[in-house]
Design a protein around this ligand. Structure first.
Ligand SMILES: [Zn+2]
Length: 299
């Protein structure tokens, strides 16, 4: 029974990846992408332009990549939306009081910062299929998932975070502040992408090479775990060192915002061009490179 089912899947392999089903998947992907985008705007998870970006991204991931690529994006999007809603009341205070540059609905900048590097790898893999692109992609998605899980769950920690730069305690929500709970959440977020990718790799057509062995599946999971953790730490480090940090002239608090207490803030450290989105893009590229290296070392 199992083998019949698997043979059935093999005859529909074009649906899960590869050049053959590109246009069919583009049609499916745009329908799915637009549906998710409409739901996301209605539930205020995404702004209007954030939703347009997400629909474009969903179509690209499905058409150029397939099951593994779009599925990883969906795992990231759905778990991060759920986690940001979970215990929202406990987080609201930290968000509003501090500092975050952006809160609430994700905008286009955030969507591209999280999914842009993945879409580029998707396109590269469509042009020149090679498992190296897939491993880099798994690292990128593991890192963005790890970072989001760490931010959402770390903000619930009652322990005050420690700066990755100075080792001193910093207010909850500060970029570059790390906690044990946040780090554990990062590892769990990375592992979740790895386990999903390993399951998806078993589906015919979804991985660029056929006949997945236990060693390949193990490499996928370990690459996601280590690449994701590397990316999350790169994110914290860049956030603590290079990201623009401002001080409010009114209340004296450090913030990521350009306006605080109704007046413009002034730079206290970092580069003005290094926004939270820029930090996310750079650390996801670092995660992709780390994942590629790790997969070559252990694969
Ligand atoms: Zn202020």
């Amino acid at each position: 029974m199992w083998s019949e089912w698997y043979e059935g899947l093999q005859s529909t392999a074009w649906l899960f990846g590869g050049a053959e089903g590109l246009w069919a998947r583009a049609a499916i992907g745009s329908a799915g992408g637009v549906t998710v985008a409409i739901l996301a705007v209605r539930s205020r998870s995404l702004t209007r332009w954030g939703a347009v970006s997400a629909a474009v991204m969903g179509t690209g991931y499905t058409a150029l990549g397939g099951l593994l690529w779009f599925g990883a994006l969906l795992v990231f999007f759905s778990t991060s939306t759920m986690l940001s809603r979970w215990k929202r009341k406990h987080k609201r205070k930290a968000e509003a009081e501090l500092l975050y540059e952006k809160t609430g609905a994700r905008d286009a900048g955030q969507v591209w910062a999280n999914g842009g590097a993945g879409l580029a790898l998707c396109a590269a893999h469509a042009i020149w299929p090679h498992s190296g692109w897939l491993y880099a992609f798994i690292g990128v998605m593991a890192a963005v998932n790890a970072d989001t899980w760490a931010t959402e769950l770390g903000s619930l920690s009652r322990v005050q975070p420690v700066s990755i730069r100075t080792g001193r305690r910093v207010p909850a929500g500060t970029s570059g502040g790390i906690t044990v709970a946040g780090s554990a959440a990062a590892a769990a977020g990375a592992l979740t992408i790895g386990v999903f990718a390993a399951c998806a790799a078993l589906v015919p057509g979804a991985w660029s090479e056929e006949g997945q062995t236990g060693a390949v599946l193990g490499t996928i999971v370990l690459t996601a775990l280590l690449g994701g953790i590397a990316g999350a730490f790169a994110d914290s480090y860049l956030g603590a060192t290079m990201q623009a940090m401002y001080r409010c002239e009114g209340c004296g608090k450090e913030t990521e915002r350009l306006i605080h207490c109704g007046r413009p803030t002034s730079v206290v450290r970092g580069f003005q061009w290094m926004s939270n989105d820029a930090v996310n893009i750079l650390s996801s590229i670092a995660a992709g490179a780390a994942a590629l290296g790790i997969s070559r070392l252990i694969g």
